[in-house]
Design a protein around this ligand. Structure first.
Ligand code: ZN
Length: 236
């Protein structure tokens, strides 16, 4: 029995590769695990459509995980899409912006996600929040940095007068190691589930199938996923 076995976790779950590995990671550790997704008008909303299949797939992998997997929550944040000028929510090219950040950057997104998750977790008795933020081969998003998450953890704990823990199991590993972590947590069956049912492509393309899954094959999210998978296969 691990230290965290009695705790309840809430996983920020989009239906993408990273958050699916985070969900498996949480299911392996916590007695109760709930999920929350955010709809902010992202053009790759197909990711959200994958969520139910992935949750069902994870439950089918392991009876212990099935027993631990609890409610799913969906939070609509249309205002975030409305106020953001980004390639994920507008018809803007995916490229490097003048600020040195990709146009896929949605300012403040992870700050908002975690704050909403904390408000939900407060009500649900889930004080461990899990997210797939990663500083290792990220796109330079400042709200994915460990320092940002640490500061947010302190702000949320203070602001809610309740100690919250923000867990980011992918923070210091690259995409190849994320595939390897999936294999470690759930074997080939979990790797296969991620390939078949998760979605990461910014363009929402599910018409092209590669050995690493579905996507356009050309956007930054597809490139990152494909490169990580190739490195994982080469090293496995
Ligand atoms: Zn793509």
């Amino acid at each position: 029995m691990t230290e965290s076995a009695g705790k309840k976790a809430l996983v920020l779950f989009s239906g993408g590769q990273d958050s699916t590995v985070c969900l498996a990671w949480a299911l392996a550790r916590f007695a109760e695990v709930e999920t929350v997704g955010f709809d902010y008008g992202q053009s790759h909303a197909i990711e959200l459509a994958c969520r139910d299949k992935v949750r069902a797939g994870l439950a089918a992998l392991d009876p212990v995980w099935a027993a631990r997997l609890g409610a799913d929550h969906m939070i609509g944040l249309p205002e975030l899409g409305r106020i953001s000028e980004t390639a994920l929510t507008r018809d803007v090219a995916i490229e490097m912006g003048e600020n040195g950040l990709p146009t896929t950057f949605v300012p403040g997104r992870n700050l908002i996600f975690f704050t909403y998750a904390a408000a939900l977790g407060y009500r649900r008795g889930a004080h461990v929040l899990v997210g797939g933020m990663c500083e290792t081969d990220y796109s330079g998003y400042p709200d994915c940095r460990a320092d940002t998450i640490k500061a947010l953890e302190a702000a949320i704990s203070l602001g809610m007068a309740k100690p919250f823990t923000l867990e980011t199991p992918l923070m210091w590993i690259d995409k190849a190691a994320t595939w390897a972590l999936a294999a470690e947590l759930g074997g080939k069956a979990l790797v296969d589930l991620i390939v078949e049912e998760t979605h990461s492509c910014y363009r929402g393309d599910r018409t092209h199938r590669y050995d690493w899954g579905y996507g356009c094959g050309a956007c930054p999210a597809c490139e990152l996923r494909a490169r990580g998978h190739a490195a994982y296969v080469a090293g496995a």
